[in-house]
Structures are given as C-alpha cells and as structure tokens.
Design a protein. Sequence first.
Length: 291
Amino acid sequence: MADPQSNVPLRPDAVAPASGVIHVRTRLTADFTVIANALIQRRGSAVTVGVAAYILSLPDGSPVSIAALCEHFTEGEILISRALRELEAAGYLERRRERLPSGQIRTRTYFYDAPGGDPDPDGPPWPPRRRRPRDRPAAAQAAPTYTTGRDDAPGQAAAQTPSPLADADPQAVAVLAALRRVDPRLVISQQEAARLAPAVGQWLAAGVGVPQITELLTARLPDRLRARPAGILAFRLRETPLPAPHQPTPPGKCPTVPPLQTCDGCDRAFRASEPGHCRDCRTADPLRAAG
C-alpha cells in the first residue's frame, strides 16, 4: 500500500509535482469502467490498449468482431486484427467454438480483466477456462482467425463455411480487387467486396467499362484516408451518377475537323466551316465600335 495510486486524490496539503501530468479528478457514480493499470499502462501498441478498454466498456452480448470494431474505430482491419491477436496472446481475450443445446456451434468471445484471473463470484457463471494457446504444444497451435460470429450446422467445421463471394458477380469482384493495384490503400475484405459488388455490377450492366469504373473510384482521393476504404468506395458508388458508357470511335471513321480559313482582318489561319474573322478579331470589333 506504500506505492502511489493514480486514482487516489491528492491531499489538501500535498504539493503539485513540478513536471508531468496533474490529474483533475471527478467522482463518477455511473457510466464508468474499472480497468486494471496493468492493461492501461501496457507497453506497445496504443491501438491494442484502446481496443481492450473499449471491449471492457461494452455490456455482455455486444458484438466484438473485426467488422463491428472497425465500424467504431477509424483504424482498418489489419490494425484491429493485430490488436486482437496481441490481446489473445497476452491472455486477455479468448475465443471458443461452443456447441449450444440445440446442437449448433457458435463462436463465443471471453474477455478477462486480468490474464489468468478468476471470474467475479458475484457475476454470471462462466465456463471453465481453457488453456491458453501458448500453453499447448506447438504442433497444436494455430493462427487465430477473427470473423463475424455466426451459427453453423451441427458437426460442421468453420472451414466449410461458404465464402461470402459465392453469389457475387465475379467480374465486379475482380474490378474491386484490382483497385489496390492503382492505390495500395484500397484493400477490402471478402465481406466488403461481396457488399459492394452489386453496385459495380449495375455499372457494368449499363455498359460502363472497367477502366472508367476504376478511374471514378480511385481518382482524386485525399492523401490521408479518414474512413475505411470500403466506406469510401461505397460512398462513391452511391453518390456518383451512373456514368455514360464510353463510345469509342468506329474503326476507319475519323471525327469531322473544320477546314482552315484565313482571317479577313489579320490574315491569321483558323478553323471554321465558312470564311470570316478569327475569334480575336470578332472580339475586338465590338470594342473598337464602342470606342
């Protein structure tokens, strides 16, 4: 108890520190979360600490999949997925596939206030905690995969789950997947590609070419994306009017070019269908008449 605690207010006669942070405390009686200092002061990624604090503040039953977390944070899937893996490796987070009484298999997420800690005896009953991945033999360890929780048919493995792209237009998906070749920041997941594919398919069905679609989705992007790439693409697909399909010039037919004429006022050559004055002389004549 001799160590100073950051949540203890200064005594009235205490002297404020000469440097560093000075806490201005407000006694909270509602809408607050108790988080261990070991987690908040954890060295490493600030994204990992922020994701952990956010999950701890949520009520039981809230979705914490990568897609749900990306809707709350501005970071993309790569950083969110990395944060979840770090929390799982540290023992704060655990994901299990459990069989329900109905026979269905569901992925459940458990988040611990402290690694290796026991559940609150006054809280809801928790199932026995399994050994953490680093406690199992190396051959039995597998890279954790974070996906949106869903119910599976009895006895089916997660690997048998059909891809979300199964019913999407393959050409539209190929257009979306190729955008990262133009801008490496435009990387989207399979779920996002399946969600955006119908809008791209409408443009393709209207006769809009792939190069024109790529140009409309990638042109004039800001230097720093403040939203997820999928959100930016969805906005452009939704707000951009359906462009007219590109009409190439038929082979062997050249566009009509007016013939060259000699200006009656300055002898300058210009293109027009009939003889007369060039544009500069036509503009200058009214001015001279007005003077």
